[in-house]
Ligand binder design. Structure first.
Ligand code: COA
Length: 79
């Protein structure tokens, strides 16, 4: 996910994530996973803010020294 720099901090990304979570839930998904570089403070804050939590790390995933944090969020079942 990338938001143009001039449009950041207006809720664009959190809105897109919320819509993606709702769509996945409607499709019957029960959990969503993502990976984010361990130094990406804005993205880590974004994902934590919409309910994702760290479950694992992948060392040197993007490049030597650039580790991935694996995050997960449970999805509520829809009836
Ligand atoms: C990460 C990114 C997608 C966020 O997009 P955005 O539209 O600005 O995010 P939002 O406005 O929805 O912000 C939601 C929350 O994320 C966090 N956040 C976003 N940018 C932040 C920053 N620069 N520093 C700290 N927290 C930040 C905040 O908690 C924010 O809530 P708040 O504004 O109420 O404090 C954007 O910065 C981006 O495109 N970055 C470059 C690409 C990238 O790293 N993508 C993610 C790859 S996994």
């Amino acid at each position: 996910m990338v938001v143009h720099p001039v449009a950041r901090r207006r809720g664009v990304a959190s809105g897109l994530v919320a819509d993606g979570l709702a769509w996945a839930t409607e499709q019957g998904a029960r959990r969503m996973l993502l990976e984010v570089e361990h130094t990406n403070v804005p993205a880590l804050a974004l994902y934590a803010g919409v309910g994702f939590a760290e479950i694992a790390r992948r060392a040197d995933y993007y490049a030597p020294g650039a580790h991935a944090i694996v995050m997960a969020r449970e999805l509520e079942a829809m009836r």
